[in-house]
Design a protein around this ligand. Sequence first.
Ligand code: PGA
Length: 238
Amino acid sequence: MKIIRTKNYEEMSFEAAKIMAAQMVLKPQSVLGLATGSTPIGMYEQLVKWNKEGKLDFSQIRSVNLDEYCGLDGENDQSYRYFMNHHLFNHVNIDINNTHVPNGKAVDTKAECERYDALIESLGGTDIQVLGIGPDGHIGFNEPDAVFTKSTHRVELDPSTVEANARFFASIDDVPRFALTMGMGGIMSAKKILLMANGTKKKEILEKALFGPITPEIPASILQLHPDVTVICCVEND
Ligand code: PGA
């Protein structure tokens, strides 16, 4: 595991964008595993900038996102499909048909989860998976549990996640209580993993995840078992 400590959010975003860009230049048809949340926004901004400057080509890129809220469609500005379109896909030369986010409106969630795992497999897995970390140690929406769940699945959000994500909604009551998330199998099958953490509120959970026991109670701790993880963090200041 490689840990890069940065001075501030801007430097964290730039370092992460450099790793993503290197992956895309080395393999123009890369499968990118993408994440939402406040942490990767600066990285996406940098990738958009390089694309606009003609330095980075998305034309052959495929993408697979980690998760989506149940009950929200892509038109809803709190959905993760909307987030991805808004922060990245609408601004670069990616073919939108090559971008994938679980369908939060699926009536048959089991079938949707199976479809999503089959899709990831058909793409040959992700070349690089971007991750943030939740206040409870979640990655994607894999919440603390008694076991690690391998497949894409429907999950009930932990109260701390609902509380943390309420900042994006008009009120905490508007935060969906369920989500579909890629499981640990999908995440861990990525060839490379890029974990980003920003802000002092992430310091303690990041230390537990990287240096504590490997346990499904701290979902991100499973990353200790992955052979190619880069952590880019700025957790000493806000
Ligand atoms: P954040 O969320 O980037 O908004 O802190 C990370 C996460 O919950 O995975």
